[in-house]
Design a protein around this ligand. Structure first.
Ligand SMILES: Cc1cc2nc3c(=O)[nH]c(=O)nc-3n(C[C@H](O)[C@H](O)[C@H](O)COP(=O)(O)OP(=O)(O)OC[C@H]3O[C@@H](n4cnc5c(N)ncnc54)[C@H](O)[C@@H]3O)c2cc1C
Length: 479
């Protein structure tokens, strides 16, 4: 937005949603300079807090008319820069649209506004015996709108599927301000636009209402920790458990460096510090069959020389183990001033090979890398530890991250399992997609977002524009 546009813009937005819902002073905007991906930052032109779909639509229609680019934002916990305004875009925060609108237990669905916090949904329906399955580790703070934006996953998505498998309908404000509804009826005819929208990282419009599937809580749950001397043996256990036909509700892994972090964090479990790795294996379903599944899991663990197995004695112990795992990213702050979260996907059978490559990359750049991940899905999260006060370390962390993703792509995997591409991995898209395939994808985005005003230039590398983004990033690093 240029300076001439600013005054009438602020007046128009104030008329639509009230003065308190329009931030435009530099010191207020600073809090929105990035999301959870802190490597690249930018100050938005303004931040808006609409309270309903009508206000979103009116604001977007104004910006469409005046060619002002804008970015939807939920809680800003994204880890790839999807909600970051690199070029002064206006940020539209959906956090005031935070209501649970209705729950239909008979048909097992709930309708929420986009700013509704993920964990609040399970908490709101728990007493009736229901829950919402996608459980990103950030679920206490991230919004369901942001989950749709990123097609978020989580520890229990191995058995139950990621966000896209739970979205039944959407209300969307298109980038020209029109309001449309997608899905919402069983087997909606026409193209699967819900599938296209879920994971589109805010580049096709602003989601203003979401209908999601809710599930009946399983009758029973059993959770075990399997402690290994050697990370390789833990990796082999993971692929063998799935190969044996067991589908745990969750199958998570942390390596030695990650254990060092979580044990120094707020929820220590008492893992021995010399462990090579720990697996958290959880099975759920009809009570009667659970011990048999656990026995099968333990047989595989023993085959690979597990050092020790612990079974959760009660719900409190299980909750403590999960709190330890789910706060693992933040706990890295206890062992490193900065860290970069990566998010690659690989075929499970290649886990030992890729983890060896990650160690090589770690040694090459002299940076420690902790591995915390949804092992059952083959979804790696190498956490690259660095100190931004040491010249060159941040740049090396970025290079190391890109090499990790290349290693994932080289074994037939992908560059993102759940955190999206955002600004972080635009160039890394080339590891997976050819120029022609990128053109097809951009063509689809243009159907919704023809003028590229809605979260412009995210996700895909577009040669000319990429150069500009890189120059911007370089200059903001210098300043
Ligand atoms: C400690 C930690 C742990 C995490 N663990 C996981 C995990 O286990 N699994 C996982 O998948 N992710 C995880 N994440 C990443 C992040 O929490 C998810 O990507 C989450 O879905 C982002 O939600 P948000 O509300 O913060 O969205 P934001 O970060 O605000 O936005 C994310 C993207 O969605 C778009 N968007 C937001 N709202 C809307 C809307 N209403 N309409 C259209 N587009 C929109 C934005 O433009 C942006 O591109 C973790 C993050 C942290 C910090």
């Amino acid at each position: 937005m240029d300076e001439k546009q600013r005054e009438p813009f602020v007046a128009a937005m104030t008329a639509i949603m009230g003065k308190a819902s329009v931030l435009h002073r530099y010191e207020d905007l600073l809090a929105y300079e990035c999301d959870g991906y802190t490597i690249h930052k930018g100050i938005p032109g303004a931040v808006l807090f609409p309270a309903n779909t009508g206000e979103v639509a009116a604001a977007v229609a104004y910006m469409h008319k005046h060619k002002i680019p804008f970015i939807p934002r939920g809680a800003g916990t994204g880890l790839s820069g999807g909600a970051t305004a690199l070029n002064g875009e206006v940020v539209i925060s959906l956090v005031r649209m935070n209501k649970l609108l209705s729950v239909d237990y008979l048909n097992r669905k709930a309708v929420v506004q986009p700013g509704f916090i993920n964990l609040k949904l399970s908490n709101s329906i728990s007493t009736k015996g229901y829950y919402y399955a996608p459980d990103p580790s950030s679920q206490a703070s991230c919004t369901i709108g942001g989950n749709v934006g990123e097609n978020a996953g989580g520890a229990h998505c191995l058995k139950y599927g990621v966000t896209t498998n739970h979205v039944l309908g959407l209300e969307l404000v298109l980038p020209n301000g029109e309001i449309v509804r997608l899905g919402g009826v069983p087997d909606a005819p026409g193209y699967d636009l819900l599938g296209v929208l879920t994971g589109s990282e805010g580049t096709m419009g602003i989601v203003t209402e979401i209908t999601v599937r809710i599930l009946k809580k399983p009758q029973g749950v059993k959770t075990v920790l399997a402690l290994y001397d050697d990370v390789n043996d833990a990796s082999l256990t993971v692929s063998d458990i799935i190969a044996a036909g067991i589908v745990p509700a969750a199958l998570e892994m942390m390596d030695n460096t990650a254990i060092e972090g979580v044990e120094s964090g707020n929820y220590p479990v008492g893992y021995p510090r010399d462990l090579g790795a720990v697996l958290i294996v959880e099975v759920d379903g009809i009570e009667a069959g659970l011990q048999h599944q656990i026995d099968q899991v333990l047989e595989v663990c023993r085959k690979y020389g597990v050092r020790e197995v612990r079974q959760a004695a009660d719900a409190q112990e299980r909750a403590r183990w999960w709190a330890n795992r789910k706060t693992a990213f933040g706990a890295m702050g206890t062992i490193s001033p900065d860290y970069l979260v990566q998010d690659g996907v690989i075929p499970r059978s290649t886990l030992p090979q890729v983890l060896a490559k990650v160690s090589e990359i770690s040694a090459k750049y002299g940076l420690r890398i902790a591995n915390v991940f949804h092992a059952g899905d083959g979804n790696l999260h190498p956490l690259i530890l660095f100190d931004s006060r040491v010249p060159g370390e941040k740049e090396n962390a970025v290079k190391a991250g890109s090499e990790v993703l290349k290693a994932c792509a080289d074994v037939g995997g992908s560059i993102t399992g759940e955190h999206g591409v955002g600004i972080e991995k635009m160039e890394d898209m080339r590891f997976i997609l050819s120029d022609e395939e990128i053109r097809v994808q951009i063509g689809l985005r243009q159907v919704f977002n023809g003028e590229n005003l809605c979260n412009p230039d995210k996700i895909f590398p577009k040669p000319a524009r990429c150069v500009e983004v890189k120059q911007y990033v370089a200059s903001s690093r210098e300043s």
